[in-house]
Each structure stands twice: as structure tokens, then as C-alpha cells.
Ligand binder design. Sequence first.
Ligand code: ATP
Ligand code: MG
Length: 663
Amino acid sequence: MATHPELVSGEELERELGALLDVERFEPSAEFRERALLKDPAIYEEAERDPEAWWAKQAGELHWFRRWDRVLDDSNPPFYRWFTGGQLNVSYNCLDRHVEAGRGGRVAFHWRGEEGEEREITYAQLLEEVQRAANALKGLGVRPGDVVGIYLPMIPEVVVAMLACARIGAPHNVVFGGFSAEAVRERMEFSEAKVLITVDGAARKGRTTPVKDRVDEVMGDLTTLQRIVVVRSKGVPCGMRAGRDVYYDEIVEAAAAVCPPEPLDAEHPLYILYTSGSTAKPKGILHTTGGYLTGVAATHRYVFDLKPESDVYWCAADVGWVTGHSYIVYGPLANGATSVMWEGAPDYPNRGVWWENIERYHVSILYCAPTAIRACVKWGAEWPNGHDLSSLRLLGTVGEPINPKAWLWYHKVIGHERCPIVDTWWQTETGAIMITPLPGITATKPGSATQPFPGVKAEVYNERGEGVRDTQGLLVLRRPWPSMLRTLYKEQERFLAGYFERFGRETYLVGDAARLDEDGYFWVIGRVDDVVNVSGHRLSTAEVESAIVAHPEVAEAAVIGQHDEDTGQAIVAFVTLQGDLEGGESEREGIRATVAERIGKFARPKRIIWADDLPKTRSGKIMRRLLRDIAEGRELGDVTTLRDPVVMDQLEQRVKELQAQET
Ligand code: ATP
Ligand code: MG
């Protein structure tokens, strides 16, 4: 069934996308605006006049056991404290209050497994399971402040485990299920986790792999880890060490059904989470309770224009990343949303499975990463075109800059030109979305995250710390916000040096390069070190990549600067073509011509290397620092977060071949 036949033809689609590349702005439709939660731009002025009052109003939407005495304690920057004196419980906010208000029968998650299995979990059921799990953790000796590790795939138990920890004040440390057991051990050791919750085995594209046994291989002698809880998910047999290991279902079933939520100070730690490691060794970000929940609930409601009674929301990230923490678990549940949770990959059992899920559950809001959109572009429009996507009304992206062409593809092929796109910029450190359109207010420009969320103050600085426009600079946040990181776990010095040294202790240095355009729109270009200087022209890698991707045969590109005798730096592009196309000299010339046309001759890549795939973090972000290492012939930096090491071997080989040809 082709529900969108006019887009089936590849060439026609290319032509239409090409024409749209010159459209500067996309306004929300009158219909969308009419029904939006926020439609009056005066909201920005309101927040700007008194940011503390604005955030206090957002915090007031939550349930507090004790109201705060002070909104913001800024007496010792950058150690800001929010809602001091206040007490609340995150799991109470995410569960009990909805059930108490008579919404216990609402579906919290439509869970779907790889093989099509389904589980529907209501708020009332989730509350019951969380209370039992919380009691079970208490029974294992977990006390407020004890760290609990969680290493689980995308199964409902991961949400239960997180909320159970939050209920009893035990900060969790979730490790993405795609990481190796060694990475888990390192994080458990560093955070001195007392308990680890893991699984017998996990499904990945039709294969079941053992998890618990792998964990055992590396965890044996770690004395700080006292208990391991095993969820029986796939029926994979595993060894259980007496006195240490217990099955999740057994202890949960045996536990009492009622566990009153612990009233916790607003600044009580909620979790530790490691960043994805695109730039350097991962950092353990610490988030606390009151400010974090305030930030994620408010942004989730307004950025996604959430109507919890009617929307079906799907954040297609993994719960092991901050996007999953803030926008699969805490934001949506605090707002009483109905979500979809998908266990598997976007291409199993076939490349249309995401669109099948959208049709099946009538998803109205989809939030995903540019890396997924680029993969879909490569696979072709016929996959989404085979499904009814008419339930969608809003689309979002996060994680990397999105090339205008991928944005337009998303807008046209998925959104059918009807759905606003919110390109949300934020970080593990910021906890919640910081720069984003408000879908009923903002006219969007493809590739721009547009404007700071109300109450957030962002600027672009030059090297001297002066605000600049229309030129590339350093993105900074000039005012504390409730969901900000409180420190780097056990690395206070790194926290201060990394974020609050360059421009003083009251200005947060983001680490990303950005440009503010004449309309006050932010263009986050990438990491500060993703900037290339060719014959004195400062270029962003993202800009050159976007131009390369505008070439009709290109699916994905990564650009780096390589030392060059003549020009200081020369541009090297690693390029993946669409479908199964093979690249040769004529494609190279075509790409150079496209770049010359879109940016200028000086930006043409000196070298173009064909890549079947690019090195990416396990969260799907391109790791340009590794490409720089191979281009310069250096030893590779930290590769612990690299998803697929084979990719690097191929690229190293191709770089060597090209260099041999040149000499
Ligand atoms: P590490 O800090 O270890 O290198 P990471 O920065 O990739 O890892 P995250 O905190 O998950 O880990 O990612 C945040 C970064 O992702 C931002 O600093 C920015 O570079 C990029 N990013 C996120 N959203 C956007 C967006 N909408 N547009 C452009 N870049 C984005
Ligand atoms: Mg980062």
C-alpha cells in the first residue's frame, strides 16, 4: 500500500527537495498554531523579565511534599542550588499523582518487542510494579544515597528500575545496553555502585546474546558491588552466584505492594550518567531532583506541545542516553503522557518497522536523531511511503546538527509538509532542551535550533568573551537553569575547568561552536574543534557537510581539517553514497562542484574518501576526532565509545591508498 504515491519516485523527490532547499522559513500552519499550548510570543518576555519567577511557575506544576524556601541559591557559582528547602519525590510525580487523579487506567507505555510481542502498561500497573521493585531494592540493603547500576535493554523493566531508585532516593547509573561489559564494570567501579540490575540476555536483530554471563566475566572481583539483580527477559540460562545474585521476578513478587515515596530534598542526587564520548573520555554528569524534573517536565510539555489526553508520543532514542532519561522516562511520565517504547533497531525485521509502529499506535509526536533520519534517507522513501503516517502532527530531532536536506526529507517524506519540526539543542550536561523552536510560535529554518527556551540565556562569544553576531563563535549559557548538571561525579576540578573557567564562574562554556544570525536564530555548528581554517577562511564542518549532502547521490558525509602546507588546513571529506552506489572520479567532481556552488570554491574538499559507513558513537554521532587521527596518521584516541571498530580499519586503508596515489 503506497499511501503517499507522489513521493515514490526517487528523482522526483530529489527535485522537490532541491527546490525546498531555497525556502528560508517554515511557519507553523494556522491550524497547528490555533490549537498549540503556547501561541503568544509574549511568553519569552514574561520569562525574561523574571526568570526565577518563570521557573518557579514551572516547578509549581509538580507535586511538592514541602514547598521550597528559595528558588535559586546563587551565592557560590557555579555551584548553584535550586528550590532549596523544597522536598519532593520524582516517582510520586511520575506515577502516584496521576493515579490519584483518576488516570490510573491510562496507558503509560505501548511496548513492542523485536518479534512483534506487545505489552501495554498503564499508570496504575507501573505504580504497583515500581513500589514492589522499590521494596525489593530496600530488601537488598539499598538506602538513600546508594548508587544502583542499571544495564538493561529497551524493556519495560528499565523504566521500573529507574523509578524504583528514584522512589527510595538511590541515584541510578544507567549504562546503555550496547556498551560492553567492561564499560559497565568501569562505571560501576567508579560510581561504587552497590547493586547492579541487569538481564539474562538481550535481543538484537533476531539474535539473542547473553548479557549476565558477560557481566560475570568482568565483575567477579569488584567488592563494592554487593548484589546483582537479573531480569529474566529472553530465557537465556545464566550462572547465579549464591549470596550475590537474585532474580528480579522473584524478589519483586515477594516484596510488599506498598512503598511510600521518600520525601527528598530538591538537591538530592537523582542520577549519574556518562556522556557519549564524541569529544573525549566520557564524563559522569550528576543531576539532582527538583530542578531536573522541573526542567524536563516543562520542556517536554511545551516543546512537544503535549496534550496527554490525546497524543501518542514516541521518543525513539535508547533509555541509556540522556534523551531517554529526560524524554522517554521523566518528562513524559511527569506529564502523564502515553508513549511508545520500541525494543529494537530501526531496520529489523525490516527497514519499515518504525513507520509500521507509527501506523499501529497512531503516534502523533515523533522524536529521533539525525543519524536515524540519514539512515532512512539512504534506505529510500519507499519504506515510510508504505505506511499511513497521518496520525503524526509534530516531529523532533536531537543529538547532532541536522543537514538542511535531511531536515527537508523529514519534513516532506515523514511529516508530509504538515508537521512542524523542533530541532532541539541540548546536552547531557543541560539535562533538558535549551535551544529549540516552540512549535506553535516559531518559524523554523532548516538546520537551525532557532531560539533559547523561555528563561534560558544563550549567546555566541568571540575569543575575548564579547557577544558576536553573524560570525562563528563559542556558544555559552549566561544564566543558571534548574536542570543543569551539578558537578562531574568525583571530578570537581574537571567540572570547573571544562565549563566554568574560560569566561568565569557565572558563564557556562558549552563546548560547541555556533553562529547567531541576523534574526537572532542560533545555528549550532558542532564541537568547537569541528572548525576548519582554510587559507584564513573559518569554516564549520557542518556547513561543508550540508553542502556535500545536498548532492543527490550522497547520503552522509563527515568533514575534517587536515594539516596542509599551502592553505593551513585542507578539507577532507568522508562520504557515504545512497543505496549501494559506488563512487568514482566523476562523483568526486560532482561533489566538489556542489560545494563550490553552495559555499564557494575555497570550501571544495581537497580529498574525498568513500566510506561504507562513518565512525560513530554508540549513540550514532559521527566521531570526527577519530577521522582527524587517521587523516594525520596519528594513533587513534579513546575508542571505548566507538560503535563499530571495523569501520575504522576500512577508512584507514582507504586513506593510505589515497595518500599512496598522491605521492
Ligand atoms: P561527549 O561530551 O562525551 O563528547 P556528547 O557531547 O556527544 O559526548 P551528549 O551530551 O549526548 O554527548 O551530546 C550533546 C552534544 O550533541 C551537544 O553539545 C552538541 O554538540 C550535539 N547536539 C545535540 N543536539 C543538537 C542539535 N539539535 N543541533 C546541533 N548539535 C546538537
Ligand atoms: Mg558533550
